[in-house]
Design a protein around this ligand. Structure first.
Ligand code: AMP
Ligand code: MG
Length: 403
């Protein structure tokens, strides 16, 4: 079977996925969620003409020549507006955030007056509109402030609150079930017996999934038997995505694919022209009428994490309806890279964003068994399939590893 190019596989995954339905969450839970419906202001901001300073509200024409002494007829504090109308020769004591009294058109700051009990003498004149925040000067009712697909920042939440929203429509979080497979795997922290290793993948993948905006649910470690795999797969029902690691090639013990197929999965492709990570599959099944995407990652921890970055993160992004499900950048190689074979190579390396354009240095040793080089890397350099040797200075595509 011919190897499938990474971009083709990725496009296939993204095209098969549709955005999940929205749900409403209170503002305190909205940050880092993905907005599902636009935030359109319900109010003008500020909602009324308000004072920007502590001082006196008055008519600018009354203080055209200074000093000018005015009668203080009341007070307008934040949340405690003055209810009357200000006339000629009158002033109202006002504080920051207080509503501008009817009849007033300027505010003189308190530093520029001499105040007595019932009067105030203004020492410096002020133009009409001075120190007033006019109604709607920030944004107006009906104005679109935040667009769907946006990953909400604290600032987005703040403006939504100002705009009259108590809750927001965000895309439901995809639930991603993780299944580790392999007779050799032991729960991390427990002693290793002969021939055993720590099952690390679920813990790395869980972080990638959470950081991508989904909820991770670790099912456990399935044994290399059809019965065990089937049991764990059944426990994933209800999850939007089932991610497996290991058992994805064609060895005698690689039973994940048959187990998934027996659980109703239609698997769409199987071998990707990618290094690391050739054995990988994707498909869907619909337990209880609910669609579940199944992604079979390689068992090798480096491959599993890189394939998760390349395929799983964009898939989650698409389910969330995010603007840029696959975000990448360009950088310039700081050293040469040898000619590549027929599989797109995702090289671990270090990115220097302090220069323009950014520079990237792939590590010399790209052994897929080296978890430490994955841990030290902060990016993946994408070297296209069959690329000739690339000289230092060549522009390449880079995926950040910032999780
Ligand atoms: P497999 O695809 O099952 O043949 O696994 C490939 C390699 O990855 C083997 O060396 C496995 O021991 C290893 N491996 C599989 N699953 C995990 C895991 N969850 N954590 C760490 N290593 C794993
Ligand atoms: Mg295995």
């Amino acid at each position: 079977m011919a190897l499938l190019p990474v971009p083709v596989a990725l496009q296939h995954i993204l095209e098969s996925a549709t955005t999940l339905p929205p749900e409403r969450v209170g503002l305190l839970h909205a940050r880092s969620r993905t907005l599902a419906e636009p935030v359109t202001s319900k109010v003008d901001n500020p909602p009324f003409d308000a004072s920007a300073m502590d001082g006196y509200a008055l008519r600018a024409e009354d203080i055209a020549s200074v000093p000018a002494t005015l009668t203080v007829i009341g007070e307008s504090g934040a949340g405690r507006p003055f209810s009357g109308t200000l006339g000629q020769g009158e002033a109202v004591r006002i504080f920051t955030g207080g509503r501008l009294p009817d009849g007033a058109d300027a505010i003189v700051i308190q530093e520029n007056v001499t105040a007595l009990d019932q009067t105030v003498t203004v020492l410096e004149n002020a133009a009409r509109g001075a120190n007033i925040r006019t109604k709607g000067q920030d944004f107006v009712k009906g104005e679109r402030l935040v667009e769907p697909g946006r990953i909400l920042t604290a600032r987005d939440v703040l403006i939504s609150a100002s705009a009259g929203y108590g809750e927001l429509a965000v895309v439901r979080k995809p639930v991603v079930a993780i299944l580790s497979t392999g007779d050799e795997l032991v729960t991390p922290g427990l002693p290793l017996g002969e021939g055993q290793i720590s099952g690390s993948n679920a813990y790395g993948l869980s972080g990638v999934i959470e950081a991508a905006g989904a909820e991770a649910r670790f099912l456990g470690i399935a044994r290399d038997s059809l019965a065990s795999l089937q049991e764990f797969i059944a426990a994933s029902d209800g999850a939007d995505i089932l991610v497996t690691s290991g058992g994805a090639s064609v060895g005698d013990h690689d039973l994940v694919r048959p187990a998934l197929e027996s659980a109703g999965a239609k698997l769409d492709f199987y071998k990707i022209a990618m290094r690391p990570g050739k054995p990988l599959f994707f498909g869907t099944r619909t337990p209880d009428q609910k669609r579940q995407y199944c992604l079979g990652l390689p068992g090798n921890p480096v491959s599993a994490m890189i394939c998760a970055r390349v395929f799983l993160v964009p898939l989650i992004g698409r389910l969330l309806g995010r603007e840029t499900p696959f975000d990448e950048l360009e950088a310039v190689l700081s050293q040469s890279v040898p000619a590549n074979g027929p599989r797109e190579h995702y090289m671990r390396g270090l990115l220097d964003l302090s220069v323009t354009p950014p520079r990237v240095a792939p590590f010399k040793n790209q052994g897929s068994g080296l978890v430490k080089s994955l841990q030290r890397a902060d990016c993946l350099v994408v070297v296209p399939a069959d690329a000739p040797a690339l000289a230092a200075g060549t522009t390449v595509k880079v995926l950040r590893l910032d999780i």
